[in-house]
Design a protein around this ligand. Structure first.
Ligand code: NAP
Length: 330
């Protein structure tokens, strides 16, 4: 068996910074989706942000799951003020629920400093939501797109409130993008629902997942472009967490697979997201990291040709708005 190197896990920078070098987050408000257990990446991100003093909305599909995530974090770090961990309940493929959850934040909070769009589903057979969007694109792209759009006015207000503000949006993507076959587009719902040749083998499932992870990068770049154009200081980044041993990767790879067994821990998988969310280096070198695709443990790498295509980014944005306009009425 060939030895697995860090680069096989997507790691191209040594962990040469300490978690203690993160910006203190006391008084900051954050949301992390898909955070119902510290065995997954999202729960570990929520844990680390809370340890830095942030108020963290712990995202999950149900209140019971969000409370489980909160209990796990407190059990592991009893020093965290429990009132700083609050549930954020929404299934991301339920757009009406996403709107309700976002509106509750807008009513409760006067600021929002960090949004981590982490929740995601892995390769699976073709299923559609009630609006005809395949579930992988619905959960991995359209729900997070809607959530971000609804929270953007609050993120912008927070950013504009002080000259040294440091608002950041992190979208969790994957180096799975490298495996996407050429010749795909984001120009229509029909394109989004491409089966990639059928629905009877794991490679087709994986290509559909990779396509949704390209969408995460296109969204990151287009959002950053629009914010820059508005003169906003908000920083947006897409992240590959590494190959991480989590319940999600266990389901896909199998507990006995070499890949799963060599995966980094959820804590290690959270580090690049946390670095993007709260490390001073990212703000100090904003020109390098704004709108970038960042891999462990904090280095920007080029994405694929499709993921760098500004025209495709605009198409993805337009189609996202068109689909949601038919669902979410003002
Ligand atoms: N693990 C890896 O090696 C790896 C590599 C590259 C990228 N990533 C990305 O990292 C992120 C986290 O992955 P993970 O490995 O931690 O996965 P995971 O263990 O499966 O956790 C995913 C989280 O997302 C939540 N989620 C799934 N569907 C949802 C929906 N419709 N609405 C709201 N929440 C939903 C899950 O909640 P439930 O428990 O209710 O399902 C869970 O909390 C994903 O975006 C994934 O694509 C992971």
């Amino acid at each position: 068996m060939a030895e697995i190197k860090p680069s096989d896990l997507g790691i191209t920078r040594e962990l040469d910074w300490s978690i203690d070098s993160l910006i203190p987050l006391t008084g900051k408000i954050t949301i992390v989706t898909g955070a119902n257990t510290t065995s997954s990446i999202g729960g570990s991100i929520a844990h680390q942000l809370a340890l830095r003093g942030a108020k963290v909305y712990v995202g999950a599909r149900s209140l019971a799951k969000a409370n489980t995530g909160i209990k796990e974090i407190i059990a592991q770090s009893p020093s965290i003020d429990a009132s700083n961990l609050q549930p954020f309940v929404a299934a991301l493929d339920d757009y009406v629920a996403v709107r309700a959850a976002a509106e509750a934040i807008l009513q409760k909070e006067t600021r929002l400093d960090i949004l981590v769009n982490n929740a995601g589903i892995f390769p699976l057979s073709l299923e559609y939501d009630q609006y005809g969007v395949n579930k992988v694109m619905a959960t991995n792209h359209l729900g997070p797109f809607l959530l971000t759009m609804l929270l953007l006015p609050l993120l912008k207000r927070t950013s504009a409130a002080a000259p040294d503000s440091d608002v950041r949006i992190i979208n969790v993507s994957s180096t799975a993008i490298d495996a996407l076959p050429l010749g795909h587009s984001f120009a229509s719902l029909q394109a989004w629902n491409d089966s990639f040749g059928g629905d009877d083998n794991p490679l087709q499932f994986f290509h559909r997942y990779a396509y949704s992870k390209v969408a995460n990068i296109l969204f990151t770049k287009e959002l950053q472009r629009r914010l820059d154009q508005d003169g906003s200081r908000i920083l947006v980044a897409a992240v590959h967490p590494g190959l991480v041993a989590t319940p999600g990767s266990k389901r896909v790879l199998g507990v006995e697979s070499e890949q799963y067994k060599s995966g980094i821990t959820p804590y290690e998988g959270a580090l690049t997201e946390v670095w993007c969310a709260a490390h001073p280096e990212v703000r100090d070198s904003a020109d390098e990291f704004k709108g970038a695709f960042i891999v462990p443990y904090g280095v920007a790498r080029g994405a694929t040709e499709l993921a760098e295509d500004t025209e495709e980014a605009r198409k993805l944005w337009d189609v996202s708005e068109q689909i949601l306009a038919g669902i979410i009425k003002a």
